[in-house]
Each structure stands twice: as structure tokens, then as C-alpha cells.
Ligand binder design. Structure first.
Ligand SMILES: [Zn+2]
Length: 138
């Protein structure tokens, strides 16, 4: 089984364009101020369609995670870490945590976004531990 590759809709395309440029962006509702992820056509808090893209801080905390020790296919090199990240802006994003010992992870640790090419056309956000905020190694 090959890696599944996202095929962005027009609504999602700005998110992937920003990832390709090394930036994490989120939609923010101009009516109520709510920050959204995943990309939508209407605010999931107030249903307004007045959504604007803005740069995100790229930082958040680990809400939960799982260590995959057996990849689903040869295209997924195990072990790897799938996590739910609570972004500082509010939305929760499913992603990967890389560059860390899986046994050293914990709910609540700070993470910072990074980016990796997933396919020729798609760059995805992933996260690394944020040592500046947790006193780890720089
Ligand atoms: Zn809203």
C-alpha cells in the first residue's frame, strides 16, 4: 500500500501552499474570532463564511499520542509517533512528532512545527519537541 497523498480541495489549497513555503497558517473567523482547523468554508463556531487566513505561531502542546511500532506498509518506517497537537491558537491538529525518543514523550510537552515533503506536490506539517519551553537540550 502506497502512502496516501492528500488531494487538496480549493478550500484547503492555501493551507498546503503555506506548508510548501514553510509556514503554518490557520483560518480565523472575522465574525467571532474563532481559529479553525481543518480548513472549512464556514466557521465551525458561528457558521460565518468570513474566514481569513493568518500565520499561526507553530507552537502547541501534545494532547495525546501513540507510538506506531509496526508501520502499515513498507512506505511507513516504524516506529513513528502520531499525535494530537493542541495549537496555541486553539485548534487540535493530528500530525506526527519526529526527532524525539518515543519513550521520552508525554502529554503536555511543548512542540513546534516543522515541515517535510510527503510527495512531490505535498508538504505536510509535523512537530518536534520545543526544548526552549521545556528545558530540554537545545
Ligand atoms: Zn465564527
Amino acid at each position: 500500500m502506497a502512502k496516501p497523498v492528500p488531494r487538496p480541495t480549493p478550500t484547503e489549497q492555501p493551507f498546503y501552499d503555506a506548508c510548501a513555503a514553510g509556514k503554518l497558517v490557520l483560518q480565523r473567523c472575522h465574525s467571532c474570532g474563532h481559529a479553525l482547523f481543518y480548513p472549512r468554508t464556514h466557521c465551525d463556531a458561528c457558521h460565518s463564511d468570513q474566514l481569513v487566513w493568518e500565520d499561526a505561531s507553530g507552537t502547541g502542546t501534545i494532547a495525546t499520542y501513540t507510538v506506531v511500532r509496526r508501520g502499515v506498509s513498507a512506505d511507513f518506517e516504524a516506529p513513528y509517533v502520531i499525535a494530537l497537537i493542541d495549537l496555541d491558537e486553539g485548534p487540535r491538529m493530528m500530525s506526527q512528532i519526529v526527532g524525539a525518543d518515543p519513550d521520552g514523550l508525554a502529554v503536555g510537552l511543548s512542540v513546534k512545527v516543522d515541515f517535510a515533503a510527503w510527495s512531490e506536490d505535498i508538504t505536510l506539517p509535523l512537530f518536534r519537541l520545543h526544548p526552549a519551553l521545556d528545558g530540554g537540550d537545545a
